[in-house]
Design a protein around this ligand. Structure first.
Ligand code: SF4
Length: 246
């Protein structure tokens, strides 16, 4: 078994193969959020609250910060209640001039200990997903989260926490200037797009985040619980590659 076959097996895709051309023609799925969707508990009201909530550092002030100052600001941040319950902030990792930006919702237990996003089982799956499209963590890829501190018990971040932390991610995006953002899961998708929508209704479309193309796919942690959905995630990744290839 070669490396690529091993990756496709890991993604439950072997021997099934979907060409990039056909993946690009994926039609949006009908709305079908389930109770196991990691973002299923985020409501329209919460998204509206998030838009209106106070932000870290006053928001616009962060727009002047470079990488070093921004990292320090996040390290020192106590703006929302998540900081009191986590081990450390998890800023993000990767190529600071990457074309690809992957965004999850928040650190889990492993990430909280290591201080790096996506380092547990979900991280291993994300690395395999990257490898399947010939990408590698740290090389033309940056990985970040919507919130930088671990929500207790791995619950979804709440609206006020998302609103407080989003300016940090916004500044990261301004500094990186990625060509494509891949939002992982419903929480990240809704936070970046600023509206409540099911993941199913957002998949298969090219969205816009402040002038940057954005697509939506499943969070790797959800894929670990629902491996049958890995084929759809692969379709999303093929679509992402097609977008990057113009
Ligand atoms: Fe600050 Fe974000 Fe951590 Fe809240 S989650 S304390 S806003 S770094």
């Amino acid at each position: 078994m070669d490396r690529r076959e091993a990756i496709l097996r890991e993604l439950n895709l072997y021997p099934q193969w979907i060409s990039r051309a056909s993946a690009a023609r994926i039609a949006p799925q009908p709305p079908a959020a389930t109770a196991t969707d990691p973002g299923a508990m985020v409501t329209a009201g919460q998204i509206q609250q998030a838009s209106a909530a106070p932000a870290a550092g006053g928001g616009t002030e962060l727009g002047k910060l470079g990488w070093a100052e921004l990292k320090q600001r996040v390290r020192d941040c106590t703006v929302c209640k998540l900081r009191a319950g986590c081990t450390q902030t998890v800023f993000g990792v990767g190529d600071e001039k990457a074309d690809w930006l992957f965004v999850g919702e928040g650190p889990g237990a492993d990430e909280d200990i290591r201080g790096e996003p996506f380092v547990g089982q979900a991280g291993k799956l994300l690395d395999n997903m990257l490898m399947a499209i010939k990408l590698k963590r740290g090389s033309n890829v940056y990985i970040a989260n919507i919130v930088k501190c671990r929500p207790p018990g791995n619950r979804n971040p709440e609206a006020d926490e998302i609103a407080a932390c989003m300016p940090y991610l916004q500044r990261q995006i301004e500094l990186i200037q990625p060509k494509l953002i891949v939002a992982l899961g419903k929480v990240a998708s809704n936070a970046l797009l600023g509206r409540e929508a099911t993941l199913a209704s957002l998949r298969g479309k090219v969205h816009d985040y402040r002038g940057v193309k954005l697509i939506v796919t499943y969070h790797p942690a959800y894929l670990l619980r629902s491996p049958a959905e890995k084929a759809k995630a692969w379709q999303d990744l093929c679509m992402a590659v097609d977008i990057m290839n113009g």
